[in-house]
Design a protein around this ligand. Structure first.
Ligand code: CP
Ligand code: NVA
Length: 302
C-alpha cells in the first residue's frame, strides 16, 4: 500500500491489516501507551470543503503518533488561485512526509499521487470516503466480532459514502444491499465491481434492502457541493429514504445503525433512531481517529 485513494485499490488483506493495527493503536491509546511511530514526520492536510471529524482526528492522530500536522485551507493555498495540482504535488513532496486531501474531484487526488513522491490519503471526494469506511468497518467488527457473513444495508443517496461502503463491505465478506432512488445510484465503477460478486443488491425499496440486515447505514440527501440541489433532492427522498422504526423492524434483531455525520434528523434518519443508536454512532466517530492513525502509520512509517 503506497496511498489511500479509494477502497477499490485495497485488497481484503490490506483492509484487515489496517483494522488490526487500528485495534492495537486504540488499545494503546486507551492504556496511555506511547506509540510515536511517526516521530518527526509531517502531514499536510489540504481542505477544499468543511470538516469537523476529519480535520480534528487527523491532526490529533498525527500528534499522538509523535508527528506534526499542518492545516492547509485551499482558500490560502495557491491551488485555490489555479496553481496546477501537478506542481503543488511536487512542491509539497519536498517538505512533507504525507498529504491528506479533502476535495471535490477524485481525479485531483489521483493526480497528487501520480506527481507527488509521498503517500496521499483521500479525506473525502465526491466519489468516495475511504477513511470513514475504514472507521465504519472497525466499529461493526468491534460490535459484532466479525464482518464476514454479515449483511450491510445502505439507504439513501448513491454518494461517496455509498460508493465506499459497497466496496468495503464486499471486500470484507459482507453481503451488501443498497436502496437508492433511480437517478441517484452509486457510481458505475463501483457497480461494475459489486455486481459480479453475487453478494450485492441494488434496490429502490428501503424495506427490502433492510430485510435481515445486521447494520444499516445512511447519509445526507445532499452532500457538500450539492447545496443548490437540496430542494429538488428533498422531493425525491422525503418520506421514503429514511432510517426509522419501520426500517429497523425489517432488520435483524440487534441491528446496528451507523451514520458518518453530520446527521440531519427528520431527513435521512429520525431523531428517535439516532438517539437509540447514539453510542454506536459516536463510537464510529471516535474510530476515525484510530483507523486513520493505522493508515498514517502504515503509509508513512520508515
Ligand atoms: N464524517 C466526516 O467526514 O465528518 P467531517 O465532514 O466533519 O470531517
Ligand atoms: N456525503 C457527505 C459525507 C460527509 C462526511 C458529503 O460528502 O457531504
Amino acid at each position: 500500500m503506497k496511498h489511500l485513494l479509494k477502497m477499490l485499490d485495497l485488497t481484503s488483506n490490506d483492509i484487515t491489516n489496517l483494522l488490526n493495527l487500528a485495534d492495537q493503536l486504540k488499545y494503546e491509546n486507551k492504556h496511555n501507551i506511547t506509540h510515536h511511530y511517526l516521530k518527526g514526520k509531517t502531514l499536510g492536510m489540504i481542505f477544499q470543503k468543511s470538516s469537523t471529524r476529519t480535520r480534528v482526528s487527523f491532526e490529533t492522530g498525527m500528534y499522538q503518533l509523535g508527528g506534526y500536522a499542518l492545516f492547509l485551507s485551499s482558500n490560502d493555498l495557491q491551488i485555490g488561485r489555479g496553481e496546477p495540482v501537478e506542481d503543488t504535488a511536487r512542491v509539497l513532496s519536498r517538505y512533507l512526509d504525507g498529504i491528506m486531501i479533502r476535495t471535490f474531484e477524485q481525479k485531483e487526488v489521483e493526480t497528487l499521487a501520480e506527481y507527488g513522491s509521498i503517500p496521499i490519503i483521500n479525506g473525502l471526494t465526491d466519489f468516495c470516503h475511504p477513511c470513514q469506511v475504514l472507521a465504519d468497518l472497525l466499529t461493526v467488527r468491534e460490535y459484532k466480532g466479525r464482518l464476514d457473513g454479515l449483511k450491510m444495508c445502505y439507504i439513501g443517496d448513491g454518494n461517496n459514502m455509498a460508493n465506499s461502503l459497497i466496496v468495503g463491505g464486499l471486500k470484507t465478506g459482507m453481503k451488501v444491499a443498497v436502496a437508492c432512488p433511480e437517478n441517484y445510484q452509486p457510481d458505475q465503477q463501483v457497480l461494475d465491481f459489486a455486481n459480479p460478486t453475487g453478494k450485492f443488491e441494488l434496490l429502490t425499496d428501503p424495506l427490502q434492502a433492510a430485510a435481515g440486515a445486521d447494520v444499516i447505514f445512511t447519509d445526507v440527501w445532499a452532500s457538500m457541493g450539492q447545496e443548490g440541489e437540496a430542494a429538488e433532492r428533498r422531493k425525491v427522498f422525503e418520506g421514503i429514504y429514511q432510517v426509522n422504526d419501520k426500517i429497523l423492524e425489517a432488520a435483524n434483531e440487534g441491528c446496528m445503525v451507523q451514520h458518518c455525520l453530520p446527521a440531519h434528523r427528520g431527513e435521512e434518519i429520525t431523531a428517535e433512531v439516532f438517539e437509540a443508536h447514539a453510542k454506536e454512532i459516536f463510537d464510529e466517530a471516535e474510530n476515525r481517529l484510530h483507523a486513520q492513525k493505522a493508515v498514517m502509520a502504515t503509509l508513512m512509517k520508515d
